[in-house]
Write a protein that binds this ligand. Structure first.
Ligand SMILES: CC(C)(COP(=O)(O)OP(=O)(O)OC[C@H]1O[C@@H](n2cnc3c(N)ncnc32)[C@H](O)[C@@H]1OP(=O)(O)O)[C@@H](O)C(=O)NCCC(=O)NCCS
Length: 208
C-alpha cells in the first residue's frame, strides 16, 4: 500500500457507491487489509474483476470511504449470497479464470482458503425464514481505523438493504479475528453459529 498522507478529518471522508475509476485502488486496499480471504490471496487483479462484477449486479452493493480522492474503506454486500459467487465466476472471462486456476495451483494457502470458504453449511435462518442477504467484505485502511468509518460503511450497506425490504442479513468471519467480532457486536450483530474456524453473525434491521 502506498503511504496515505491524508487529512484524517472524519468530516471530510465521504462514503459513496463504488465508481468504475476507483476499482483498482479499492482492489489494492482490499488485498492489503484483508489478506487472508481467498480473493485476496489470488491478488489485486482478481479482486478488481470481482469488484467489476459486483458493480454490474443490481443486487450487490459496494460502498467506499474516500479521503481526498483515495479509498480508505470498503464494504460490500449482496441481496443473495448464494447466487453471488457463481455470478462472479461467470463474469471472470478466460483470462480471469486462468488467473484463478494459476493462483490455486501455485498458492497452496489460496487453495486451502477456498476449501474452507466453499464448505457446505446450513443456511442462516431468522426464525423459519432463510436469510439470503449478506455482508461480503468490510475493511478499513489501518491508517484510518477507530474513526467510525466501518460503522458508517455498515450504515451505507444497511440503507441499500432497507431500500429493498431486507429485514435480516448475515456475515461471517474467522473466529480469531477478535477485533472484527467486537466491532460486529457493537453494530448489533449476534453470533448465531460456528463452523470450524468461522463464526456466523446475524443482524435484524429496523424497517420503520
Ligand atoms: C474491523 C474493522 C473493519 C473495523 O473498522 P474501524 O473503522 O476501525 O471500526 P470503527 O471505528 O467503525 O469501530 C466502531 C467500534 O467498533 C469497535 N471496534 C472496532 N475495531 C475494534 C477492534 N480492533 N478491537 C475492539 N473493538 C473494535 C469499537 O467499539 C469501536 O468504537 P470505538 O473506537 O469508539 O471504541 C477494521 O479493524 C479492519 O478493517 N480490520 C481488518 C479487516 C477485517 O478484519 N475485516 C473484517 C473481516 S470479516
Amino acid at each position: 500500500m502506498p503511504e496515505i498522507g491524508l487529512s484524517r478529518s472524519v468530516s471530510t471522508i465521504t462514503i459513496s457507491p463504488l465508481r468504475t475509476e476507483d476499482i483498482e485502488a479499492v482492489a489494492k486496499l482490499h488485498a492489503a487489509e484483508l489478506q487472508y480471504s481467498f480473493n485476496s490471496r489470488i491478488g489485486p487483479k482478481h479482486l478488481a474483476c470481482v469488484y467489476r462484477a459486483m458493480l454490474s449486479q443490481p443486487d450487490s452493493f459496494v460502498g467506499v470511504a474516500m479521503d481526498a480522492g483515495v479509498p480508505v474503506g470498503i464494504v460490500s454486500g449482496s441481496m443473495d449470497a448464494r447466487t453471488l459467487k457463481p455470478l462472479i465466476l461467470r463474469s471472470l472471462g478466460l483470462r480471469g479464470k486462468l488467473r484463478m486456476i494459476g493462483g490455486l495451483l501455485f498458492k497452496p494457502s489460496a487453495f486451502f482458503t477456498l476449501l474452507e470458504e466453499i464448505k457446505s453449511r446450513p443456511p442462516v435462518k431468522a426464525g423459519n425464514q432463510e436469510v439470503n442477504a449478506c455482508l461480503t467484505t468490510i475493511a478499513v485502511a489501518s491508517s484510518h481505523r477507530r474513526m467510525g468509518l466501518a460503522a458508517r460503511l455498515v450504515t451505507s450497506l444497511e440503507d441499500f438493504f432497507r431500500a429493498r425490504g431486507v429485514s435480516h442479513y448475515w456475515l461471517d468471519t474467522i473466529a480469531e479475528n477478535s477485533g472484527a467480532r467486537t466491532f460486529y457486536q457493537k453494530q448489533g450483530f449476534v453470533e448465531v453459529a460456528t463452523h470450524g474456524k468461522t463464526v456466523v453473525f446475524l443482524k435484524q434491521l429496523r424497517l420503520d
